[in-house]
Design a protein around this ligand. Structure first.
Ligand SMILES: Nc1nc2c(ncn2[C@@H]2O[C@H](COP(=O)(O)OP(=O)(O)OP(=O)(O)O)[C@@H](O)[C@H]2O)c(=O)[nH]1
Ligand SMILES: [Mg+2]
Length: 245
C-alpha cells in the first residue's frame, strides 16, 4: 500500500477548541476524520457546521458516548476503508502543539513502519496528579515491555501505521476508553513495531475541559495488571526473542 496519511480527531465535549486543530491540520492538506463521540445535539450541529467549512472532512457520529479509545478505533477503521496507510491521532482539546506537525509527519514519512509518538514536555499548569499518574504508568509500561524504550505511553499525539495498529486492536477489549493509548503502544511494542519519540509541549489551558475521571485511574490500573500477567505468561518467548533474535 502506498504511503497515505490522514488525521483522526476523537471529540467529546471539545467542540469549542476543535476548529483551531482543524485549521492547523488543513495547513498540511490532510484529510480529516472527526469522531463525534456522543456529543449533545447542539454540539453535533456545531461540529457539522465547522466540518462544512472545509474540504475532505469525514464526520463519524457515535449516538452515545463510547469512550476515547473506541472513538479512535472508529476513525482508524474509516481510514482503512478510505485506503489510508497511516493515521495521525490528535486530541480535540488543543493540548497538542500544532507547531510539531511538520516534525511528526516527516518522522512518519521517513519511517513508515514505525509508530511515531510525542513525549511530553509539560507546562507549569499541568496538574501534579496527572504527572505522577504518567510516571506510574510509564514505570509499569517498562515492566510490561522489559525495556525502557517507551518514553511515554499516554500522549495521544501519534502516527500509526494502520495495519499494525489494527492488529494490536484485535487483541484489545472491545470498547477501550482512556486505557487505549497505553495498551495499543505496549501491544505494538510486543509486535516488534519500531516506536520513535519526539519531544512536544503539552498545554494545560486554564479553562481547559478534561474528560479524565478518577475512575479512569482504576481502569488503567486493571489494564496494567492484565498486561503484566500477559507479559509473564509469554516471558519465555519474550526473553528468547530479546536475546536470540
Ligand atoms: N476522555 C474522553 N475523551 C474522549 C471521549 N471521547 C472522545 N474523547 C476525546 O479524546 C481526547 C482526549 O480527552 P481529554 O478529555 O483531553 O483527556 P486527556 O487529554 O487524556 O486528559 P487531560 O490530560 O486531563 O486533558 C479529546 O480529543 C476528547 O475530545 C471520551 O469518552 N472520553
Ligand atoms: Mg486532554
Amino acid at each position: 500500500m502506498n504511503y497515505r496519511i490522514c488525521a483522526v480527531i476523537p471529540c467529546y465535549r471539545h467542540v469549542k477548541t476543535i476548529e483551531k486543530i482543524i485549521s492547523g491540520l488543513k495547513r498540511h492538506h490532510l484529510t480529516l476524520i472527526i469522531v463525534d463521540d456522543g456529543n449533545s445535539d447542539h454540539d453535533k450541529e456545531t461540529l457539522l457546521a465547522i466540518a462544512n467549512r472545509y474540504q475532505d472532512i469525514y464526520l463519524i457520529h457515535h449516538r452515545v458516548n463510547l469512550g476515547k479509545g473506541t472513538a479512535v478505533i472508529s476513525g482508524m477503521r474509516k481510514a482503512l476503508d478510505l485506503n489510508f496507510s497511516h493515521v495521525l491521532q490528535i486530541d480535540a482539546d488543543g493540548q497538542h502543539d500544532l507547531n510539531d506537525l511538520k516534525t511528526i509527519l516527516n518522522l512518519s514519512r521517513e519511517n513508515p513502519e514505525a509508530l511515531i509518538s510525542g513525549a511530553p514536555l509539560y507546562d507549569i499548569n499541568a496538574p501534579r496528579s496527572r504527572i505522577i499518574g504518567r510516571q506510574i504508568t510509564n514505570f509499569f509500561v517498562h515492566v510490561e515491555c522489559l525495556s525502557r524504550t517507551i518514553a511515554d505511553a499516554m500522549i495521544g499525539y501519534r502516527v500509526y501505521p494502520v495495519q499494525s495498529a489494527l492488529k494490536a486492536i484485535a487483541k484489545m477489549p472491545k470498547k477501550p476508553n482512556m486505557t487505549f493509548d497505553i495498551e495499543i503502544m505496549v501491544r505494538m511494542y510486543w509486535q516488534r513495531v519500531k516506536i520513535l519519540f519526539f519531544k512536544t509541549k503539552i498545554a494545560y489551558p486554564e479553562n481547559g475541559y478534561s474528560n479524565f475521571k478518577a475512575q479512569d485511574n482504576l481502569k488503567i490500573s486493571l489494564m496494567h495488571t492484565k498486561l503484566c500477567i500477559t507479559m509473564l505468561l509469554s516471558l519465555p518467548q519474550i526473553l528468547y526473542r530479546k536475546f536470540f533474535s
